[in-house]
Design a protein around this ligand. Structure first.
Ligand SMILES: [Zn+2]
Length: 279
């Protein structure tokens, strides 16, 4: 599943291949991708120009000239690619935006979970998870006092706590495992038992990790590519994710893979020991 650094990489690619383009026609091959009435969706966008693409958490926000915003969530496998108008498409391409410059933007999604919804600009924050989404993991938006306050209120294990986008936006399974390892925090430690020192370290690692992963254009796992012919390179930087059974880079102990809140979780039982886990 694309995480925030991957979605930010997609956004930057879309700025190159879609921003400034005017829509001439739209073909929809799998209706459920569009949450609006399809005919209204087409009529609202034909003749409009994509001004820019913004992002909030893992949501892409296409800004159109007529004060409309298309909210696009890639979910598991969604991706965008560009080709010349009327180029060949396969059965996994569900929506095609034809531009007046002779190119087209195609949306491809093997799992078909991705969704697009057109709303008035300004109303996008009412869509899906955007309404309750926590701050972006940046120095500017994500404050340690806020983090401390919400952690102290929760008895949830820290891993699912971090996966919850209402707490902080953009952390998925991969980066959760990485920041917890970096911070030497056990994924099952309850949120409200973290010390102030642990909170500060975790907070700083979250900001650093997401920035670094974005710089490397994200992580390429399974079939996810950023759709512009480039694969992210961050998988080479991962210390724990996908490395269960291998040795911990820090202490040499064997990394262990367990399930925490139904999610595969890899950690080092030595570096990430927690007093409370000796049940
Ligand atoms: Zn270790």
């Amino acid at each position: 599943m694309p995480e925030m650094p991957e979605v930010e990489t997609v956004r930057r690619g879309l700025m190159n291949i879609a921003a400034g383009r005017k829509i001439q026609g739209i073909d929809v091959y799998y209706g459920k991708t569009i949450e609006n009435d399809i005919e209204k969706f087409r009529q609202a966008l034909i003749g409009q120009t994509i001004e820019r693409i913004d992002r909030r958490g893992k949501y892409l926000l296409f800004r159109f000239t007529n004060n409309l915003t298309m909210v696009s969530h890639l979910r598991m496998e969604g991706s965008y690619y560009r080709q010349l108008n009327d180029g060949p498409i396969d059965k996994h391409t569900h929506v095609v935006f034809h531009f007046t410059d002779g190119t087209e933007l195609c949306y491809r999604d093997t799992r078909k979970f991705g969704r697009m919804r057109l709303v008035k600009t300004g109303e996008e924050m009412q869509v899906g998870g955007l309404k309750t989404m926590g701050p972006e993991p940046t120095t500017k938006d994500f404050k340690v006092d806020y983090f401390k306050r919400i952690l102290k209120k929760s008895r949830s294990k820290i891993k699912p706590f971090l996966l919850n986008q209402d707490h902080v936006a953009g952390l998925g399974n991969i980066y959760c495992d990485e920041v917890l390892w970096q911070s030497r925090i056990n994924p099952e430690q309850p949120a409200n038992t973290l010390t102030d020192e642990q909170i500060q370290i975790l907070h700083d690692n979250i900001i650093k990790e997401i920035a670094k992963a974005t710089k490397y254009k994200g992580t390429t796992v399974h079939t996810f590519m950023n759709a512009f012919g480039e694969a992210g390179a961050f998988q080479n930087q991962l210390e724990v994710y996908g490395r269960g059974g291998e040795k911990c880079e820090r202490c040499g102990h064997k990394l262990v893979k367990i399930k925490v809140a139904q999610r595969g979780t890899t950690f080092c039982p030595r570096c990430q020991a927690w007093a409370g886990d000796q049940k």
